[in-house]
Design a protein. Structure first.
Length: 281
């Protein structure tokens, strides 16, 4: 049964070194300038960046695959802006690790339904864009015997979301995340208590740490993401982020695991709904 939520991704980003933040507000212009320069500088993969909650400090995470000239380029940006930039070295690579939840399957992947949505009389679900290819067929079971419908649109990279149409009337499509009846959408706010329901890891809760974060993958850079302290694991891509009965985002990827803890990044759901002209129900 395809219900509104499971997932499949993870980034890998534990272990970090601390740095001193600038006085409140003093470094905000420098942090913004540094972020813009970093966007132009990053040519490879393995770098994640975004302002901290105060907006005063640009937080850059660099994984072990970033070496030589690429690492030097990032370090030059950090050196130029001093205390307005904090660089953290990660122990493991930033990657999109596709494997499965128990929600929905293509011929190649098993991913999670983020949330069910509707436009007119047609029902769809949204999920992570890296799980899908336009025209790919989705199934409700691991044996690929019960067809759900086709992917009708994908936005990835840059963003990371996809829209899948329900073409099989026999497949249930409740407007829920687990037992939670979803009644609307909420915009992300730093410090908000949130939960994620993943196909692999199940339900885990935490808080929103930062907004407008960027992560570079081999497939390209994804921007405008929500960063949380919620763990995720392979098989959780597309999983919904929610607070109470409001959905906030869908999982792109994460670091660590749910045994030792981690960080997860989410695509804001309002952008997805606006892009496709669909609504939760």
């Amino acid at each position: 049964m395809v219900s509104g939520l499971l997932a499949a991704v993870a980034l890998a980003v534990p272990g970090a070194a601390a740095a001193t933040d600038s006085p409140a507000g003093a470094a905000a212009p420098a942090a913004r300038t540094a972020a813009a320069q970093l966007q132009d500088t990053v040519r490879g993969t393995g770098v994640a960046w975004g302002a901290d909650a105060s907006g005063d400090t640009l937080r850059i995470q660099v994984d072990p695959t970033v070496r030589g000239a690429d690492l030097a380029a990032v370090q030059r940006v950090a050196d130029r802006y001093g205390s307005a930039v904090r660089v953290e070295r990660l122990d493991t690579p930033l990657t999109l690790r596709l494997s499965g939840g128990d929600a929905a399957y293509t011929s190649a992947y098993r991913c999670t339904v983020g949330v069910n949505v509707r436009k007119g009389t047609t029902d769809y679900f949204v999920t992570a864009g890296h799980c899908a290819g336009v025209g790919s067929t989705w199934y409700a079971d691991a044996g690929r015997t019960t067809t759900v419908g086709p992917t009708v649109s994908v936005d990835f990279p840059g963003n990371d979301y996809a829209l899948v149409a329900y073409a099989n009337g026999a497949v249930p499509r409740p407007g829920t995340i687990g037992s939670v009846d979803i009644t609307g959408v909420q915009d992300p706010v730093v410090g908000l208590s949130v939960c994620m329901r993943g196909g692999t890891s199940g339900v885990h809760c935490g808080v929103i740490l930062a907004l407008n974060q960027s992560v570079s993958f081999p497939e390209g850079t994804i921007t405008g993401l929500i960063r949380t302290n919620i763990c995720s694991e392979p098989g959780d891509s597309g999983a919904p982020l929610y607070s109470g009965d409001k959905v906030i985002g869908i999982l792109v990827g994460g670091s660590g695991n749910c045994a030792s803890g981690g960080t997860s990044y989410f695509q804001p759901i309002r952008e997805v709904l606006n892009a496709y002209g669909v609504s939760v129900y």
